[in-house]
Design a protein around this ligand. Structure first.
Ligand code: ZN
Length: 277
């Protein structure tokens, strides 16, 4: 494992990390994902102005972990779901656990769920059926839907239309171009931008940011993945989010402090009146 990068330059106006995997951060670093680990990550993040984080479930077990972590730290919130590449074996018993967890007041969204046609681990038809069940769950519990869309833009949008999208939909790690961004904005969705927006080879993502209104964006690390430039290839962490926020401000033509304040407001609107303070 490469050495951990230092913290990013602090932000003057606080912001929150809309999508991270605190459990995977620990296990990838060979550490125990315990309360002390979470407290350390969140303290380092707060020191640079990243004052809250949403830790995202991608299996039943990780969803249970996320809900525990969110109940153990005042600035951590959780989501619950099974990731489209992890759905093999997900049955009614698994859904009852997700359903019970989803009611926890610290759970702010159902996700990450969606379609992933990049990794051919699971059949598209099977993924689509589970995506529909997650959409239904989000509507039943009245929480946001957090979408994972990898190489599956058209089918994700089609299924949302067919099922009737929940009121609040977030495209996590948005990976489309300006046309897809316009389509998502027209449908009322929120786009969460990851560290990829700092990469030299991602001009289309910056073009997408340029056509997305400031009140429709969130920012995320997806830690330990998608580490922003100049730390690409090393493990990501919420304390590196300021680099992504600055790149998004530049791409979208936003004032940095206004962007941070608006992201917090959007977080409250999408995830409920609990995020950031
Ligand atoms: Zn993720």
């Amino acid at each position: 494992m490469a050495a951990e990068p230092p913290a990013a330059e602090p932000l003057a106006t606080p912001v929150f990390d809309a999508h991270t995997h605190l459990d995977a951060m620990a296990t990838r670093a060979g550490l125990e994902p315990d309360d002390a680990f979470v407290a350390k990550v969140m303290a380092e993040a707060a020191a640079v102005g990243v004052v809250a984080a949403v830790t995202v479930g991608d299996t039943v077990a990780s969803s249970e972990w996320c809900v525990r972590a969110a109940n153990g730290h005042p600035d951590v919130y959780a989501t619950v779901a099974v990731h489209p590449t992890e759905i093999a074996g997900l049955d009614d018993a698994g859904y009852s656990v997700l359903e019970r967890l989803a009611d926890d007041p610290r759970v702010v969204a159902i996700g990450e769920t969606g379609l992933d046609y990049y990794w051919d681990r699971t059949e598209p038809a099977e993924q689509q059926e589970h995506f529909r069940r997650h959409i239904a769950l989000a509507k039943r519990v009245g929480k946001a839907l957090m979408i994972h869309d990898r190489d599956a833009h058209a089918d994700v949008l089609r299924i949302l239309r067919e099922e009737g999208a929940p009121d609040r939909v977030v495209f996590h790690a948005f990976s489309g171009d300006a046309d897809l961004a316009r389509e998502c904005v027209a449908a009322g969705y929120v786009l969460s931008f990851p560290g990829v927006i700092t990469f030299k080879n991602a001009p289309q993502l910056r073009a997408a940011a340029a056509v997305t209104p400031v009140d429709r964006v969130l920012v995320e690390t997806d830690a330990p993945f998608l580490t922003p430039h100049p730390w690409r290839g090393r493990p990501n962490a919420p304390r590196l989010l300021p680099a992504t926020v600055r790149a998004l401000a530049a791409a979208g033509g936003h004032d940095l402090d206004e962007l941070c304040a608006t992201v917090t407001e959007t977080g409250r609107r999408v995830y409920g009146n609990v995020i950031v303070g």
